[in-house]
Design a protein. Structure first.
Length: 226
């Protein structure tokens, strides 16, 4: 389904939300302190949804929303006991996608989470630029800045590129790549992915031996940054 980051300091609420999101098929990462979350988001906003409480220790949810919006368009849902019209307007003006007032109905929360994550996951890529080369997802071509076609991707290569782009900045294991791109009914080896990465590096890296986009994470897998 996707990965959700929950920033909330009420232990009982954390357990309730986390359990129910996991039952829905989401992976959930939790933070109880606003400052710790802020430090984390400065380098990692690569979630399908971030759920923020407003009143948090050290750094408020409103401030976190501002920080996140400096680097990311990830969907943000506020959960807060601060339920006045002005509070809701402030949260939405800061860039949040939705605002749910505590106490809330659990079914309504799950519905809003599914709507927000599906709107992100269903976004189809058409073009994406890495370095000076443009990937055309409709023609399966990669072109240089002069519009010259450098390479024609296979369908599997395009699927792998799309997965990396949609999970930018997140370390993904070889097993996760195999499950999501090849599926559980196919049995390629991890070496297959390594060969695809070599192709991507030749196309997009200035120096393939010192990659700036397709990073190998020893013992885990890979991380893509544009």
């Amino acid at each position: 389904m996707g990965t959700v980051c929950l920033v909330e300091d009420e232990e009982n609420l954390i357990e309730l939300i986390k359990l129910n999101l996991e039952l829905e098929g989401f992976k959930v990462e939790c933070f109880k302190n606003g400052k710790i979350a802020a430090d984390h988001f400065s380098a990692n906003c690569f979630y399908d949804l971030i759920i923020l409480d407003v009143m948090l220790p050290e750094v408020s949810g409103f401030k976190l929303c501002e920080l996140i919006r400096q680097n990311s368009n990830v969907p943000i849902l506020f959960l807060s006991a601060k339920g006045t019209t002005q509070d809701r307007i402030q949260g939405l003006k800061l860039g949040a996608n939705d605002y749910l007032v505590k106490p809330f109905d659990l079914e309504e929360l799950l519905l809003r989470v599914n709507v927000l994550t599906q709107s992100k996951l269903n976004t189809d890529l058409q073009e994406f630029k890495i370095s000076n080369n443009l990937i055309d997802f409709l023609s399966f071509h990669v072109k240089n800045e002069k519009g010259i076609i450098l390479y024609e991707f296979s369908k599997k290569e395009m699927s792998l590129l799309e997965f990396f782009i949609k999970n930018e900045g997140r370390v993904v294991s070889r097993d996760e790549l195999l499950d999501n791109v090849w599926g559980t009914d196919q049995f390629p080896t991890s070496r297959t992915i390594d060969n695809f990465i070599l192709t991507f590096r030749k196309l997009f890296e200035v120096n393939p031996k010192i990659p700036k986009h397709f990073h190998s994470i020893r013992g885990v897998g890979y991380k893509f940054t544009s």
